[in-house]
Design a protein around this ligand. Structure first.
Ligand code: C2E
Ligand code: CA
Ligand code: CA
Length: 688
């Protein structure tokens, strides 16, 4: 008996230790299961202490005394509450939802535990035999229930384990399992061979085993928590590292990681004496895609480009996103420029496949610049910079092109910088002039309007065409004062021509998107008309389809105001933008100008002929005038005439000419029509 007493006391101490440990950790780690188990082990401690007390009271007080009854009741209630808390904690480990469901029914569960405790207490409580039916009801069944609860707890610990190290869980799971097994064994012994308990050292051994197991549970939970902490810290570190070195949208390496990898690849290439190519890729017209189709579509395009290019590359190649619509690829271990060009073509083909966005097909292209190691740079930074420079050159020549780096390109960049300061000077020194190109009626070859074309008379470079400086003027904002000057000068000039006998001649002026964004744009136009005396109906504003696509509602409002005044609006370069039809719906448009690129190959390329025909048909359906630009030969003119295109413009009539030559051009008319069209040889001599 004294053995049994000692074993209960020791076990109670272990349970107390574990309860305190769990309680302490539940505060620090805020894990609900620890709090439940802390309560559970407190209850276990009370149960074991009560069992010990019963044993010491047994020789001096019969089971029916009030002290024995009280002690036994408390012991049994503690035993079943212990089970309840153990289950709450295990449910919490298994699933928070399930635990919540159970915990909301805790009133019923504790009531049931109390009823079972009191019932087993009451059963045969006056029987004098300590190993009689009372033993079965109080001890054996209790052990069976506790054993089952521990087995369930073991299962929840095993099932809920996550990837990573789980030595702690193994400790806890194993000790729960073994503890459950000892309880079930005790149930079996209690039912079948009660003599084992009284006649052998069974209570001593099981007591020591239980003590060890309860202690192990505490230890296991400590290890478990430390492991969780460790793996959380590890995954946070990984996440931070991935954020710092990867682009979240595409998952590609970012600039930092790229430069790092590239530097290592350069060392390798230097050792192996082989070539390496760096490709700078920039998605064409990405801003238009973003502005007209929305940012989610833009994101989709970027992800598609990233995925396709990556798929087209070899394992050893690296692709990174530099930001915006810019990507860099490098391919180590290649042989010569031919290989690089081959890869570039593969990349281009991968990007070119149409991308499905909201049910429609989007054709995306990219411009690419290529720099080679060792020829074009020795460091990662230099190679990327030179590939970037080459990409800029590709872009300047048109979309969807590839350009290999050449050392002169850096000279070009320096040139651009010089050009910028020269342009600023030019605004102050009034170095600009306007040339004029006739717009001709298809029906009778009458010149009905003149389009003003900006020229920069540079003191050293001579006459500079807009393509060499308009983009720069737009990006620096200089286009605003320049454009204002062009508008006034054009209006003044046209008023003069109209006064001198060409009363119905009209003026077309190119307007940059940047000008439209000026809040006082409407006033600028109004003032220019008022001061020069040109009626609004004699003015035509040409807005490129590209800047029309990018217009916010406030700009459309401005155009409406001008339109209401009688000013006409044309969409320039039509066919090069994206959301053509929606522009036509929202914009106050009078005319569409079919872009030169479609007119150029009209006769050679059936696709271009189809586009031109479709634009004419579309415009007719919407009661808009169609102007064909860049008409260079009679065949083109014939085709356009047959389609029903009303107006045309191009070298076939004449190139843009100086203001002083305009009268001569207009004078070529007899009875308003052109006397004769120039011959092809004349056309080639007038090209700048
Ligand atoms: P745009 O408005 O599309 O003007 C037509 C361009 O095509 C002009 O080039 C013209 O010289 C050229 N062109 C005319 N006929 C033919 C032809 O038969 N064949 C070919 N191949 N080309 C022809 P330019 O003068 O160099 O102007 C280029 C662009 O610069 C213009 O394109 C326009 O967008 C812009 N621009 C010109 N003047 C101004 C201006 O005052 N303000 C603004 N914002 N932009 C201007
Ligand atoms: Ca134009
Ligand atoms: Ca145009």
């Amino acid at each position: 008996m004294s053995q049994l007493l000692a074993s209960y006391v020791v076990q109670a101490a272990a349970a107390l230790f574990t309860a305190v440990l769990f309680g302490f950790f539940s505060r620090t780690y805020r894990k609900p299961f620890l709090l439940h188990w802390a309560r559970g082990f407190s209850a276990l401690c009370i149960m074991l202490f009560g069992a010990g007390l019963t044993i010491s009271l047994a020789p001096i007080a019969p089971p029916t005394t009030i002290t024995r009854v009280t002690v036994s009741t408390v012991t049994l209630i503690a035993a079943y509450y212990h089970v309840a808390w153990l289950i709450f904690g295990s449910a919490e480990v298994f699933s928070a939802d399930y635990a919540d469901w159970l915990y909301r029914r805790r009133g019923w569960i504790f009531a049931a535990a109390t009823v079972v405790a009191i019932a087993s207490m009451a059963y045969a409580f006056s029987d004098p035999d300590p190993f009689g039916p009372r033993f079965t009801a109080r001890n054996a069944i209790r052990s069976a229930i506790i054993g089952a609860a521990y087995i369930a707890a073991t299962i929840s610990v095993v099932i809920s384990r996550k990837p990573g190290r789980h030595v702690g869980r193994v400790f806890v799971g194993t000790s729960f399992g073994l503890y459950g097994a000892t309880q079930l064994h005790f149930f079996w012994v209690g039912m079948v061979s009660r003599s084992t308990i009284s006649q052998t050292n069974y209570p001593l051994y099981t007591g020591i085993l239980d003590f060890v197991l309860v202690f192990t549970m505490g230890l296991g939970v400590v290890i478990w928590l430390l492991e969780e902490e460790h793996s959380r810290a590890q995954s946070t570190t990984q996440e931070i590292a991935s954020l710092a070195y990867h682009d979240p949208l595409t998952g590609l390496p970012n600039r930092k990681l790229l430069l790092d990898h590239l530097t290592r690849a350069i060392y390798q290439a230097r050792r192996d004496k082989c070539d390496l190519a760096v490709y700078f890729i920039d998605v064409d017209r990405f801003k238009v895609i973003n502005d007209s189709l929305g940012h989610p579509a833009g994101d989709k395009v970027l992800r598609a480009v990233a995925a396709r290019v990556t798929a087209a590359l070899r394992e050893a190649d690296t692709m990174a996103r530099m930001g915006g619509d810019e990507f860099v690829v490098f391919t180590p271990d290649i042989h010569g420029v031919e290989d690089a060009v081959h890869v570039a073509q593969k990349v281009r083909d991968a990007i070119r496949d149409p991308i499905q966005i909201e049910g429609r097909e989007l054709f995306v292209s990219a411009s690419m610049g290529v720099a080679m190691y060792p020829a074009d740079g020795q460091t990662a930074e230099a190679l990327v910079k030179n590939a970037d420079t080459a990409m800029y050159r590709a872009k300047a020549q048109g979309n969807d092109l590839m350009q290999l780096y050449t050392p002169e390109m850096n000279a070009h960049a320096a040139e651009q910088l010089a050009l910028e300061s020269a342009l600023r000077r030019a605004v102050e020194a009034f170095e600009f002039e306007l040339h004029y190109q006739p717009i001709v009626q298809t029906s009778d070859n009458r010149i009905c309007a003149m389009e003003s074309m900006l020229r920069w008379r540079h003191p050293v470079l001579g006459l500079v065409r807009p393509e060499q400086f308009i983009r720069l003027a737009e990006s620096t904002g200089l286009i605003v004062p320049i454009g204002e000057w062009a508008l006034r000068t054009g209006c003044l000039q046209m008023a003069e021509w109209r006064a001198s006998g060409y009363a119905d001649l009209r003026l077309a002026v190119n307007i940059s998107g940047r000008q439209l964004r000026q809040p006082d744009f409407v006033d600028t136009v109004r003032v220019a008309l008022a001061e020069t005396g040109l009626p609004p109906s004699a003015l035509d504003l040409e807005i490129t389809e590209m800047s029309a696509t990018q217009s916010e509602p406030v700009i459309v409002e401005r155009l409406r105001a001008l339109h209401a005044m009688g000013v006409r609006i044309s969409i320039d370069d039509f066919g090069t933008g994206f959301s053509s039809v929606s522009i036509l719906r929202d914009f106050p448009v009078d005319a569409l100008k079919i872009d030169t690129s479609f007119v150029r190959d009209l006769i050679l390329d059936p696709n271009d002929a189809d586009v031109a025909a479709a634009v004419v048909a579309l415009a007719k359906a919407m009661a808009l005038t169609v102007v064909a630009e860049g008409v260079e030969n009679p065949a083109q003119l014939e085709f356009l005439r047959a389609q029903g295109c009303e107006l045309w413009q191009g070298y076939l009539c004449c190139p843009p000419v100086q203001a002083s030559e305009v009268r001569a051009v207009l004078g070529r008319r007899s009875g308003g029509a052109l006397k004769r069209l120039p011959t092809p040889s004349e056309i080639s001599t007038v090209r700048h």
